[in-house]
Design a protein around this ligand. Structure first.
Ligand code: PLP
Length: 617
């Protein structure tokens, strides 16, 4: 994982020396003249940045009729000869280069270089540049055995010389499209410099001579060309490079290896994030197949073919809202069993939708009591559906899913659950338990990214709900119809990248060993965490028999949460504030791409930080 920039790799002519990159132009004109062919300055300049033999070939390809290989070699021979005679006149180091390089070295940054010149040409240039104060630590020139730009091999030579592991710790700076391509192919950061570049193709005299608006127009053209080539940064002059590096270092620091110990979004694998690097079109058959495969895999985890998983754009709450509003008939009455914030959120949804509902409330640290539910079901025959949160993320309490479902079924009620933080890590056999619908999302135990949720529900129930939805976008039936029986698409723009990430996350899930393996990892994470914090005198507030292995609430005691949070963040751990109103607490999630070893380091880090975090310290 890249930490900070360790090397800057400069091009030579047009970037650090030879303002406007004029040395090769004369050489190519002479070279082609020697075989009886006249070329323009523009033709000579167009392929700039390639190795000079490749450059000669590229010019030859622009000619109206092809020429023989021997003629190309002859033109190149004369080019070389001309270069040797004149190159000493084109070695002036460009503005700000020496100061910038000095400043970079003060930061411990290595100075590398690549070029289209041959090693023999560089032998003449290096001492002249050194005399002016510019002398990089390494120079890679294309040999006949090593391909030049746009191949990344010369950059690799620099990385090898500097013993750099991650190419994202290096920046390539150049003045041609070939330079940018070389950096991109090597996966370094890339910077295009405009003034004095070959792309601009103006001498200092030209710059003085033309009007301000003409200069601006030509600079804009160069900027557009670098942008199209994919440059990360575009600068006028080398004095802007220090600021560029500060910005890159900020980005690298922001991407530092952090463990999010929050229950969604959470730490995800590189492969999952990487899967997003594709722009996909939604009506494409390949994309539709991916969408269908995601639905299928979600069904496989907890259901069978009597069920459908209806994907929805939006976070988990969108799915919960769609489930409550669409799958409860207008004449039906829902009973909510509430013991935390997410249960209260469901009540709010029902209230706003004007649903007919009732609720049983329990303390936030107590599981839903099955006895109380039975009493209620006996008293009120009008109840049609029992709805509750499986794992209440507010505290980390796990509600007795089987007992509640069994009882509700016994009384002939439907069962809907918010399984947001348990789906994929707890066995939820929907057909066997008689669960009619559940809502979950991609960014919890499936370890995908936020922005995509789903309702997994009995198909007959979804079909019955036709015309039930008062919301257009959260209409489960219409979304089901389109996904399963229509075009195979989302009705409205699909979160394509997030879906691709979820596809990858499901592949990772299978690769790990599915539900059993993931469950075991989370159980181990949780055990290491709780045992470790117990040693430090930090206790969970939920009793062990009701505690999930997803997220745990701990007593904060005399510790200051902001201080503890900052101290842990510095060490790469992001924790979660508590949600209980009557007691200071904090929460630690142990789901995501985290392992028992991470929990061990977390405990060790908390041990170190704790002294700082006492309120009275
Ligand atoms: C995460 C979560 C949700 C969904 O919350 P969003 O902010 O919409 O993602 C709902 N219920 C529970 C139990 C959750 O843990």
């Amino acid at each position: 994982m890249a930490e900070r920039i360790k090397a800057v790799i400069f091009d030579w002519a047009g970037t650090t020396i030879d303002y406007g990159c004029f040395a090769p132009i004369k050489g190519f004109i002479e070279g082609f003249k020697s075989i009886g062919i006249g070329i323009t300055d523009e033709m000579a300049r167009e392929p700039m940045g390639l190795s000079k033999l490749d450059h000669t070939r590229a010019i030859a390809r622009m000619l109206p009729s092809p020429i023989a290989e021997e003629e190309i070699i002859e033109a190149y021979r004369v080019f070389e000869q001309t270069m040797f005679e004149s190159i000493g006149d084109y070695c002036d180091v460009k503005d700000f280069v020496v100061d910038t390089v000095d400043a970079l070295r003060l930061q411990g940054i290595k100075i590398g270089s690549t070029t289209g010149y041959t090693p023999e040409m560089m032998d003449r240039i290096l001492p002249k540049a050194a005399k002016q104060g510019y002398s990089p630590d390494f120079c890679a020139a294309p040999l006949n055995s090593i391909k030049g730009r746009p191949y990344p091999y010369m950059v690799w030579n620099n990385l090898i010389a500097f013993e750099i592991i991650d190419p994202r710790e290096a920046v390539k700076v150049g003045d041609t499209i070939a330079d940018i391509a070389e950096g991109i192919n090597a996966n370094t950061w890339t910077v295009g410099v405009i003034m004095g570049s070959s792309e601009l193709g103006l001498s200092r005299d030209d710059v003085e001579r033309i009007t301000g608006s003409e200069l601006q127009a030509r600079k804009d053209t160069v900027r557009a060309a670098y942008y199209k080539a994919g440059a990360d940064y575009i600068i006028d002059d080398m004095n802007e490079l220090i600021g560029v590096l500060a910005d890159i270092n900020r980005k690298l620091a922001q991407n530092a290896d952090r463990k999010l110990l929050t229950p969604g979004p959470l730490s995800t694998r590189h492969s999952v994030k990487h899967a997003m690097l594709t722009d996909h079109c939604t009506w494409d058959d390949e994309y539709k197949e991916i969408t269908a495969s995601v639905c299928h895999d979600i069904e496989q985890i907890s259901a069978n073919s009597d069920y459908a998983s209806v994907l929805l754009q939006g976070s988990g709450t969108y799915a919960v809202e769609a489930m409550i509003n669409c799958l409860n008939g207008d004449g039906e009455k829902a009973l909510f069993l509430v013991n935390g914030e997410y249960g209260r959120r469901m009540l709010e949804i029902a209230k706003r939708a004007g649903k007919n509902y009732d609720c049983l409330e329990f303390g936030d640290t107590e599981p839903i009591a099955v006895g109380a539910l039975e009493q209620k079901l006996m008293q009120d025959e009008g109840i049609s559906t029992v709805i509750f949160v499986h794992c209440e993320t507010t505290t980390g309490i796990i509600n007795p899913l089987e007992d509640i479902a069994k009882l509700a079924n016994l009384y002939g009620k439907k069962v809907f659950i918010d399984a947001m933080s348990s789906f994929g890590a707890y066995e939820i056999d929907m057909p066997a338990l008689g669960i009619h619908a559940l809502a979950a999302s991609s960014n919890k135990c499936l370890e995908g990214l936020p922005g995509l949720s789903f309702v997994l529900a009995r198909k007959d129930l979804i079909i019955q709900s036709q015309a039930q939805s008062k919301s257009l976008s959260l209409d489960l039936y219409s979304q089901y119809k389109e996904l399963y029986e229509g075009s195979g698409k989302f009705r409205f723009t699909s979160p394509t990248n997030i879906l691709l990430a979820l596809r990858q996350a499901l592949d990772e899930y299978k690769k790990e060993g599915g539900l059993q393996a993931r469950k075991l990892r989370y159980i181990n994470n949780h055990r290491v965490l709780v045992d470790g914090l117990k040693e430090l005198g930090i206790k969970p507030i939920i009793s062990p028999e009701n505690q999930s292995y997803i997220i745990t609430t701990f007593e904060l005691g005399d510790l200051s949460f902001p201080t503890l949070y900052e101290a842990l963040k510095q060490k790469g751990f992001i924790i979660y504030p508590g949600k209980l109103t009557d007691m200071p607490t904090f929460r630690i999630g142990n789901i995501g791409d985290v392992y028992p070893s991470d929990m061990l380091s977390l405990v060790a880090t908390i041990k170190e930080s704790i002294a700082l975090a006492y309120v009275n310290a």
